[in-house]
Design a protein around this ligand. Structure first.
Ligand code: ZN
Length: 186
C-alpha cells in the first residue's frame, strides 16, 4: 500500500515537471546556449562569440566564431548559424526566426541578418567600436533596405562581456615580452 506521504511527494514532483514543460524558454535561456557556444570558441582560442537561431521556441542552429580554424574572416558565429538555419528551414528566408548572439553584430553579420530577413536579433553586450545594431550604426533598421529586424539587447550582458574581456586579457598576457620573467633571461 502506498503511503500518503509518498503519494504527496509524487504529486508535487509531477506538478513541478508539468510546470517546467509549460514554462516556455525565454531570452535568457537562449542567450545561455549562445554563451555555451562562446565558451567553445574560447576553448578553441577563437574570439569567444556564440550564436543560436530559434524558430517556434526551438533552437534550430548553434554556432561559434571559427575564423582561425577555417582561416575565413567571414566565419563569424552569426554567419555560420544563419547558414545552418537556412539548411534546417530549407529556405534562405528566415522570417519566422530569431537570432541570439553574445556580442552586438558587426556590419557584415548585420547585412546577412537583413538579407535572411531574421525577425528579431537579440544580443548580449554592445560593441562600441564596430556594433552595427545601434552602437556605431544601425544596419538592422535602415529605412531604405527591404527588411528591418526587431532588436533586443542587454540579455546576460555582463556574462557576455566578461568572456570577451577574459579572452583579450589572456591574449595580451601571452603576447607580453617574456623578458619580464627573470627565468627567461638565462
Ligand atoms: Zn560579424
Amino acid at each position: 500500500m502506498v503511503s500518503e506521504e509518498l503519494l504527496c511527494n509524487y504529486v508535487t514532483l509531477l506538478t513541478v515537471v508539468t510546470l517546467r514543460m509549460l514554462d516556455p524558454p525565454n531570452d535568457e535561456d537562449f542567450m545561455r546556449e549562445a554563451l555555451r557556444q562562446a565558451q567553445k570558441a574560447y576553448a578553441a582560442d577563437e574570439v569567444p562569440v556564440g550564436a543560436v537561431v530559434v524558430r517556434a521556441g526551438k533552437i534550430i542552429a548553434r554556432a561559434y566564431n571559427q575564423v582561425e580554424l577555417l582561416k575565413d574572416a567571414t566565419a563569424h558565429a552569426e554567419m555560420l548559424a544563419l547558414t545552418q538555419a537556412e539548411a534546417a528551414v530549407g529556405d534562405w528566408r528566415l522570417t519566422d526566426c530569431d537570432l541570439y548572439v553574445t556580442k552586438e553584430p558587426c556590419p557584415m553579420c548585420a547585412g546577412a541578418l537583413v538579407h535572411t530577413r531574421i525577425q528579431r536579433v537579440i544580443f548580449g553586450c554592445p560593441d562600441p567600436s564596430a556594433g552595427a545594431a545601434g552602437s556605431v550604426m544601425n544596419l538592422l533598421q535602415m529605412p531604405t533596405l527591404n527588411h528591418r529586424c526587431d532588436i533586443g539587447s542587454g540579455v546576460l550582458q555582463d556574462e557576455c562581456a566578461a568572456i570577451l574581456q577574459n579572452f583579450f586579457r589572456k591574449r595580451r598576457s601571452e603576447q607580453e615580452p617574456k623578458i619580464a620573467n627573470p627565468e627567461n633571461l638565462s
